[in-house]
Unconditional design. Structure first.
Length: 94
């Protein structure tokens, strides 16, 4: 099905950056949280090479750009594990 909005990107996958994460937050917790709001395609939490713990941020790929905008509005400023989340749209391909 083609995009009828004229923007060319509402049906393509989009990602958000999630910062301010507690080091104990993992992919499964973020998947469960964000899947309540939108179609999650992938979650990546970069790990410290020595400790193996999260580095305090993640990238979440969502099914559409509209989903990404929606979860950004809902989750920016949310407190998770005692930390206030910062959520931003990721521009371009990584």
């Amino acid at each position: 099905m083609s995009d009828t909005t004229g923007t060319g990107d509402s049906t393509s996958a989009a990602s958000v950056y999630v910062g301010g994460l507690d080091e104990s937050v993992d992919e499964s917790l973020l998947w469960e949280l964000f899947a309540q709001w939108a179609g999650v395609v992938a979650v990546r939490v970069p790990k410290d090479r020595v400790s193996g713990r999260g580095q305090g941020f993640a990238f979440i790929q969502l099914a559409t750009a509209a989903d990404a905008a929606y979860v950004q509005r809902l989750s920016d400023g949310l407190v998770l594990c005692g930390q206030r989340l910062r959520v931003f749209a990721v521009k371009g391909k990584r």
